[in-house]
Design a protein around this ligand. Structure first.
Ligand SMILES: [Zn+2]
Ligand SMILES: [Zn+2]
Length: 325
């Protein structure tokens, strides 16, 4: 499924199977989850995407061929491909454990072709082994909702009372990890979204309610997954002194102004950008121990446009996954 131009529907197309370059593997795709970032790319909110583009950056598949220097995975091995597709290894960010900020980074399904397809190529150094307990479909949302959600959670330090704004794919995974770590979860959803609130409670949330309301107790940290800048002051207002608001999305509407008093008391606002391979290694270690279970709705590849529309309308329960082959 190809994006020719932002703000147009994806087009079903046959094109040749790509050939892996030196450090790449050819992957026969089994599943690819659909992330909100895909919407931002398709809707043109993230500029300068590769065009034409195969979107999708939460890929699970089987190694079908290897480039001449690719030896990390055997043919037939199951691998996961995340958003971070390649980094330079030389810039100041890469050299200081912050490859997520690499100046030359390439991103799967954005500046490299991704997983809304039967085959893709990926640099093997940026792929992950997938824990055995997960089926292909269950594992796919772990590759972004899980990984970048986990990086957002890490930014919360040892916060005990954790607010999560926007209870979609990332939240439903990270709530489970947070509970496992002994944190209390407060889930915030679109106004009146009782289904999502019930879902949050079923995953162990201590409280669930509308984003506009204040939680019954002050939060030590809050993660915002919804792409709504207006949530930043709301979350700040719900924070205890010394707390942090972590913005987990790649794109958001503007943050409105708010009284300085809401920030005072050493409250902080930060964003999370991309992921490092270390985030992935740590996440894939902890996920099976929780064990994180993903709730997915599956669709055939040809329905990618419909899935994107449903995600835009907030009509996906848990994570949406394209099941391929
Ligand atoms: Zn770099
Ligand atoms: Zn994503």
């Amino acid at each position: 499924m190809i994006l020719d131009k932002p703000r147009t529907p994806l087009r079903e197309l046959d094109w040749p199977t790509p050939r892996p370059r030196a450090h790449e593997v050819l992957i026969q795709i089994r599943a690819c989850a659909v992330c909100r970032t895909d919407l931002h790319v398709v809707d043109g909110e993230l500029p300068n995407s590769k065009l034409p583009l195969v979107p999708g950056h939460e890929i699970v598949g089987i190694v079908a061929a290897r480039g001449k220097n690719a030896r990390r995975f055997k043919i037939g091995a199951r691998v996961g491909v995340p958003w971070l597709g390649w980094t330079c290894g030389k810039c100041k960010f890469c050299r200081s454990g912050r490859e997520n900020l690499c100046n030359l980074a390439q991103f799967t399904g954005y500046t490299r072709n991704g997983g809304y397809a039967e085959f893709t190529v990926a640099d093997e150094r940026f792929c992950f082994h997938i824990p055995k307990i997960y089926s292909d479909v269950e594992a796919a949302p772990l590759l972004c909702a899980g990984l970048i959600g986990f990086r957002s959670l890490t930014k919360c330090g040892d916060a005990r009372r954790l607010g999560i704004y926007g209870f979609g794919a990332a939240a439903h995974i990270i709530a489970q990890v947070a509970r496992f770590q002994g944190r209390e979860v407060y889930a915030f959803t679109r106004r009146g979204d009782l289904r999502a609130q019930k879902f949050a409670k079923s995953l162990g949330a201590a409280w669930a309610g509308d984003s506009e309301t204040l939680p019954p107790k002050k939060l030590d940290a809050a993660i915002i997954f919804a792409p709504v800048g207006g949530l930043v002051p709301l979350a700040l207002k719900a924070l205890e002194k010394g707390g942090t608001v972590v913005c987990g999305g790649i794109h958001s509407s503007d943050v409105p102004s708010f009284p300085y008093e809401w920030l005072w008391g050493e409250r902080a606002i930060c964003s999370v950008a991309n992921l490092t391979r270390r985030d992935g290694d740590e996440f894939f270690k902890i996920a099976p121990r929780v064990p994180v279970r993903t709730t997915v709705e599956t669709f055939p590849l040809e329905q990618a446009n419909e899935v994107l529309n449903r995600l835009r309308a907030g009509k996906i329960h848990g994570a949406a996954v394209l099941q391929i082959g």
